[in-house]
Structure formats: C-alpha cells, structure tokens
Write a protein that binds this ligand. Structure first.
Ligand code: GLN
Length: 453
C-alpha cells in the first residue's frame, strides 16, 4: 500500500530521490521469516520508514540532493539505519532535501523541488521537506529528518506533523553526512505522538562510533498516552516575542494563543521567561557558526574521494572544477561565509564572538528553565510560503528559522506539533514548538500527548 501511494502521488509531490523497494523487500522477507519462526521481529516490524537522503544506507545512493555526490554509493548503514533494521522497519525511500541540508524550503535540492501536500503551490519547508511531505502524504507513517537549525520542526509545522529535534547527543550521527557537527541531530517525523515516541525509542541509543553520542541510559519514551498530564506544569511564553509581533503572521499568533489556552485548561500554569540574547542574536550567531563548520566538513568533497570527479591534469584544477560544478549556489555561499569567518584576521571578530554568544544563549536557557518546565514558541513565523517566493532572497529565507535556531545552539530538545490551521478557503497547518531542558524528551512527549486528545 505504501508503494502504491507513492506511485499515485509522487508525480505531483516529488518528495523522494530514490525508492528503496529492493532493499525494502529483502527486509520485509526477513521480518516475515522471523514471524514464521515465532521470533520477535521488533517494535517496527514491517513498518515502512523514509530516510532523508543525507543518511547512509548500504548499497543505496546517498546524494544529499547534491550533484557533487552523484554516483556515490555508501558501503555501510548509518547508526540509525542499523537500529531501524534491527527493529524490523522496512526502508521505503530516500527523501528530497535542500542540498547538504542548507535551506528552509527544499527548493535548494539540485534535482527538483518538493510540493507541500496541503497545497502543491507551496513549499513543504526544509531542509527535511521530502521526509515531511512523505509522511503528510501517507507514503509511510514514519520518516527521519535531520535538524541543524530547524530542519525537522519547520517542515513538520508546514506539513501538519509531529517533528522532534532531540537533545544534542541523544541520537547517533554516525552515517549522517555532516553539515554543522556541533548542531546536527537526527530526529523523527510522525502523524501521532505514539508513533513519534516509538520511532524515537528505536533511534535513541548510544553509539561509540559518534564521539558526541551520549552514553547515558535512555528512558522508555513510549509511556502510555492516557497517563499524560499537564497538571502543575509551568509552560513559559517568551517576553521578547511581543516586540517581534510585526514579523509573526497573525494566524501563527492566534494558533499559539489557542494552544496555550488548551494547556491552561489542562491544568498548566502559563508563566513568562526572557530570552533576549537568543531571539536577537541567535540568527546571526547561527549564520556564522553553521557555515564555519560546514566549510570545514565539506572540504572532503574534492573530486577524488566521493561522487563527481571532473578530470583535470593538475590536482588543484581537479578540486576547483569539481567543486565549482558540483556545489549549488547556496552551498557555495555557506562555504565562502564559513571560510571568511574562520580566516586569520576575522576569526576573533566573527567566529570567536559567535562562540561567546552561544555560551550566553546556553546560560540564558538554563536560567529560564529555573522558572518553567517547558517553553512555547511558534515553530516558524509564517505558515508554508509559496514556491519561488524566497529563493532569491537568502536572508528572508534564513528568517524562517528565527525561532528554531536557538534550540540547536543551546543543544536542547524541542517538539513541533500542529496547533491548528489558518482560516480561509485553503487552510494551512500551523505548528507550535515546545522546548525542554536537556534530555527532556519525555516532558515534550507528555505535553504533546495531552494536546493530542
Ligand atoms: N534553514 C537552516 C539552514 O539553512 C537550518 C537547516 C537545518 O536545520 N539543516 O541552515
């Protein structure tokens, strides 16, 4: 049914870069065999899952939606892919994305854009837009995305889904093509809280091959939703949001208000916290640190080791021609910015200053959580925007992540849920984001479960 759904809708949505039907059938046969032998096939037995195309699956091309990786076939499975296969999941396809996860609309894919299933004239968000569109359109009940500055939560908001960005270090990054290593986390998309929790339980495991993956014991995230409660919880609104009113769509503000009212009705106390550094300087800080890390991470694509190789007589020419032809404009912009902020003479002014701001943001969140259990913010300032509206205006596109970026810089977990829809003839989903202290995923799932009923 998953494959026929894909066949019917993919011509309009273009959410995938590859089908993994052969590998999927192999896995399905293995699961069938286990069931026939009476073995436990795992908590995701036979469940189709879509992976963003920056995660490695042995024998299946991984392109990161970039020409520079065209033709490269990973010889190994990512840590999350091993865990999924071990849980009985069946890989359905690799999802479209912004090239190397840089973008907020999936229009920066080198291959094709993806449409939002709610309105095909609009973007699904990004950079995990293919994963989000695939789950929203019913290709598969589950998908994985990666979130460096909002790339799971913002597409979840635009597509009406649950999307979770885990605490930094909860999920292994082994086999995830690196964008900004100190910010990247893999996380789940789903249409129900129960599904989201189940997928998180499977992927949240220690992995010695990722030195930043925590060894702490993970709780069971699949607590029965019936036991969820917000009684006595303090949920914070952010003071600085008021001053930003004019840049937040009125429908987004209305949906956030509604969601907070529901929390109040469920027994939560609504309090206020202040995050002045994060909301004012989070975005510039991110657009220094993320490109800096990206410029270093992407140095490996040299025309020798992976994918595209433009033959030239001199080695330097090989590098230059391959990188010139293989990377898209946005990726080049990030590499140039990153190289600039790391260069001698500018390092102190940009990179070092941004690192200091990042420390201030962490301290600011720590202080805020002394007075609350969760912080509520819009996931994005607007609902899904129209295709083509922002492709030529990078700074406007960057603003789509103003509420999500601080969470990555502070290494915190956050969950985006559908808080409601815009009014009018073509209603669009609008997300609300809850942020928790480090390792606070159970709190996030608890709140989402209450709001789901
Ligand atoms: N939109 C942000 C960027 O372009 C975040 C992307 C992400 O989270 N991967 O960098």
């Amino acid at each position: 049914s998953c494959l026929s759904r894909i066949e019917a809708l993919e011509p309009e949505l273009s959410a995938l870069l590859a089908l993994t039907a052969a590998r999927g059938r192999e896995e399905a046969a293995r699961v069938d065999g286990m069931i026939a032998r009476g073995d436990d096939p795992g908590p995701l037995a036979g469940v189709p899952v879509v992976l963003k195309d920056n995660m490695c699956l042995r024998g299946v091309p991984a392109t990161c939606a970039s020409r520079i990786l065209e033709g490269w076939i990973p010889p190994y499975d990512a840590g999350v892919a091993e865990l999924l296969a071990g849980a009985g999941a069946v890989f359905a396809g690799k999802a479209n994305m912004d090239e190397f996860a840089m973008g907020s609309s999936t229009e920066f894919s080198a291959f094709h854009p993806t449409s939002n299933p709610w309105d095909i004239g609009r973007v699904p968000g990004g950079s995990s837009g293919g994963s989000a569109a695939a789950v929203a359109a019913g290709y598969a009940p589950l998908a994985l995305g990666s979130d460096t500055g909002g790339s799971i939560r913002q597409p979840a908001s635009y597509c009406g889904l649950y999307g979770l960005k885990p605490t930094y270090g909860l999920v292994s990054r082994w086999g995830l093509v690196a964008f900004a290593s100190s910010l990247d986390q893999i996380g789940p998309f789903a249409r129900t809280v129960e599904d989201l929790a189940l997928l998180l339980s499977v992927i949240a495991a220690p992995d010695a091959r990722d030195g930043t993956c925590s060894r702490r014991e993970r709780p069971d995230y699949t607590a029965p939703p019936a036991a969820a409660s917000l009684r006595g919880k303090r949920i914070a609104v952010v003071k600085e949001l008021d001053a930003m009113r004019s840049s937040v769509d009125p429908e987004v503000r209305r949906v956030l208000e509604n969601t907070l009212n529901l929390c109040r009705e469920e027994g939560a106390e609504i309090v206020e916290v202040s995050l002045p550094v994060s909301l004012e300087f989070g975005l510039p800080c991110y657009y220094i640190l993320a490109p800096a890390e990206a410029s270093s991470n992407l140095a490996r694509f040299d025309g020798v080791r992976y994918g595209l190789s433009c033959r030239e007589d001199a080695l330097l020419d090989l590098y230059l021609t391959t990188r010139g032809a293989g990377f898209g404009a946005e990726v080049k912009r990030r590499i140039l910015t990153g190289t600039y902020v790391l260069s001698s003479g500018y390092y102190d002014a940009y990179y070092l200053t941004a690192q200091k701001v990042r420390s201030l943001m962490k301290a600011e969140f720590r202080k805020a959580f002394e007075g609350c259990d969760l912080i509520a913010l819009p996931t994005a300032p607007t609902p899904a925007f129209k295709k083509g509206e922002m492709v030529d205006d990078p700074v406007r596109m960057y603003l789509a992540d103003v509420f999500t970026l601080p969470v990555n810089l502070a290494e915190l977990p956050a969950l985006s849920l559908n808080g409601g829809f815009t009014g009018g003839e073509n209603p669009l989903p609008v997300g609300v984001q809850f942020i928790a202290p480090q390792w606070g995923e159970p709190e996030l799932l608890n709140a989402a479960a209450v709001l789901e009923r």
